[in-house]
Design a protein around this ligand. Structure first.
Ligand code: SAH
Length: 250
């Protein structure tokens, strides 16, 4: 039996050109692919490769399954979109490892980075994350709303640009409206906000508005939302405007 291994890999935001050669090499060497259904659907089937798509919200079961297969000698790639360390499977896998059987700790485990949605969106719009910024997951599955609101207010007070993942879902249609209310109160109505949907795919849509104009229905679960700091500005051009934050705060 060959030695098993596990790689937790980021597939980037969507465009195949944005998958790193390191991730492509791991996928080519894999015997088994594990991940959320739409991410596994991005992997081309081939002889000798078994695909194990699973539903959302079963991250720990998925991680345990991947670790068990690697322990049994399989070459397993766990796929995430974007980067696997950003609100994704790498942390879930280590949660399973920490509490799982001791023999899992002997496994060859590697995290292979990918281009996270925040950086892909930022690049398409210009450079809104050019100065200090923070990233916040707006999903309240794993944390209570008061904690999200506290982090928003403190990030606004610190004058960070903010990148929001998971801005909206069918299960929480009112969450983003509350976030926008808090931001208008903390940052004012003129602050620019970017809604970047399905970046690097054929469905890509970018919209830059002011916080005063922003509405929750401008985002869905495929949208990255970036709010500027007090320094973030727009360069108007005949084609698309550029949204950027200068490097200096003085
Ligand atoms: N690990 C992923 C993030 C998973 S959370 C990463 O590093 O990108 C899922 C959220 O990421 C989505 O709700 C959306 O906010 C964002 N996202 C993922 N792909 C995106 C894309 N192509 N365009 C815009 N946002 C995207």
């Amino acid at each position: 039996m060959t030695e098993g291994w596990i790689a937790i890999a980021g597939l980037g935001p969507g465009d195949e050109m944005l998958v790193t050669p390191q991730v492509t090499a791991a996928l080519d060497a894999a015997s088994d692919i594990v991940g959320y259904i739409p991410y596994v659907a991005r992997i081309a089937p081939r002889a000798g490769l078994t695909l194990h798509p699973s539903d959302n919200r079963v991250e720990l079961d998925r991680a345990a399954h991947a670790l068990d297969m690697a322990a049994a000698g399989k070459r397993v790639v766990v796929v995430s979109s974007g980067d696997p360390g950003v609100f994704a499977m790498a942390a879930a896998l280590f949660e399973a490892l920490e509490t799982g059987p001791a023999h899992w700790r002997n496994l060859d485990i590697q995290v292979l980075p990918g281009i996270t949605a925040m950086l892909a969106a930022s690049a398409r719009a210009g450079a809104p994350l050019g100065h200090d910024f923070c990233a916040i997951n707006l999903s309240d599955n794993l944390k209570p709303w008061p904690l999200i609101e506290k982090r928003l207010r403190l990030a606004a007070e610190a004058d960070f640009a903010m990148a929001f993942y998971n801005p909206r879902s069918k299960a929480r249609p009112e969450g983003l409206a509350r976030v926008l209310d808090v931001l208008r109160e903390a940052c004012g109505a003129d602050r620019p906000i970017l809604f970047a949907r399905a970046v690097s795919t054929p469905q890509e849509e970018l919209r830059i508005v002011s916080l005063g104009e922003a509405r929750a229905d401008m985002a869905d679960m495929r949208t990255m939302v970036i709010v500027g700091s007090s320094l973030t500005r727009i360069i108007d051009r005949p084609t698309r405007p550029i949204l950027y934050t200068p490097r200096s705060a003085v």
